[in-house]
Design a binder for this molecule. Structure first.
Ligand SMILES: Cc1cc2nc3c(=O)[nH]c(=O)nc-3n(C[C@H](O)[C@H](O)[C@H](O)COP(=O)(O)OP(=O)(O)OC[C@H]3O[C@@H](n4cnc5c(N)ncnc54)[C@H](O)[C@@H]3O)c2cc1C
Ligand code: FES
Length: 261
């Protein structure tokens, strides 16, 4: 089976609310679940007709080729995600995927993930693959409060070490998760850091990358209309070399030195 994106139907198996405004969505889908690789995403349209007009992009958090399932983790933000929240098991939705560039390079002894909120969903598949290949996985989850920590149940089993930081100190370290990363880098040899869900953390990782302490990568989550490189609505500026990347075609993950944050 090829890796070209396909447009197809999927069936909702579970749509579980997590906390106030998160949704854990399990879909049965026989094709994308076989071909998707870490780092890729899909576009979903879960409403009839063209209102809202555009499908919404989400990371493929997990894919199980045997069960033919895809799992997404969604923060409810606006109209499209509110419609996803109202989905019931058995409903058919339309998805296009897998989209974006797969992560193929696992030639490193360890990786760290510095993620905030639903940004955690971007790294679950990658963390699972890294763990399966015997790569050390260090995960740092950041949230405003303990009740807002998400995806822990997916990341904990595949993490060599999982650390938590909350803004209000209701769980783990009280303060910036980037402090935990700095401490981790003092204690362990970590060569790559992937970050998602916070501009502030992305800038921190970019600084560490510039200082040569790690190789940094960022998952970008901008606006998208087509998801396939046609509309140029997702362009981000290249750092220092002029021109633009398209997040949907060239990303959504980038070496952090190469993009303007
Ligand atoms: C690659 C990628 C992966 C993502 N993964 C996740 C994830 O795993 N979990 C998660 O919670 N969030 C993820 N997001 C963010 C998620 O897509 C948005 O939160 C979601 O689209 C919001 O939809 P909404 O209808 O609820 O919000 P709204 O604010 O109502 O709508 C936002 C959407 O409107 C459309 N739109 C609005 N204005 C424009 C414009 N000017 N040009 C083009 N399009 C426009 C876009 O489709 C945009 O996604 C991801 C984003 C990207 C790009
Ligand atoms: S979303 Fe259309 S080019 Fe990226």
């Amino acid at each position: 089976m090829g890796r070209h994106p396909v447009y197809r139907s999927a069936t909702v198996l579970e749509a579980k609310e997590e906390g106030r405004d998160y949704l854990d969505l399990l879909l049965r889908e026989p094709e994308i679940s076989q071909t998707t690789r870490p780092g890729q995403f899909l576009m979903i349209r879960a409403w009839p007709g063209v209102d809202p007009m555009l499908p919404r992009p989400f990371d493929i958090m997990q894919a199980d080729p045997r069960e033919q399932t895809l799992r997404l983790f969604v923060k409810v933000e606006g109209r499209g995600t509110a419609l996803l929240k109202s989905l019931k098991p058995g409903t058919e939705v339309k998805i296009t995927g897998p989209l974006g560039r797969p992560i193929e390079d696992f030639s490193c002894p360890s990786m760290a993930f510095l993620v905030r909120g639903a940004g955690a969903a971007a790294v679950v598949h990658l963390a699972e693959e890294a763990r399966a290949r015997g790569i050390g996985v260090y995960t740092i989850l950041s949230a405003s409060a303990a009740s807002r920590i998400v995806c822990r149940k997916y990341l904990e089993p595949v993490s060599t070490e999982l650390l938590i930081a909350t803004d209000d100190g209701s769980e783990g370290y009280e303060g910036l998760a980037s402090d935990l990363l700095d401490d981790l880098l003092r204690r362990k040899t970590v060569d790559r850091v992937y970050t998602c869900g916070s501009r502030r953390f992305a800038r921190h990782v970019q600084r560490l990358d510039r200082e040569g302490r790690i190789k940094g990568f960022v998952f970008l989550e901008g606006l998208m209309a087509c998801g396939m490189g046609d509309c140029h609505g997702c362009a981000v500026q290249k750092n220092g070399q002029g021109g633009y990347f398209l997040v949907c075609r060239d990303g959504p993950h980038f070496p952090i030195a190469e993009v303007v944050l």
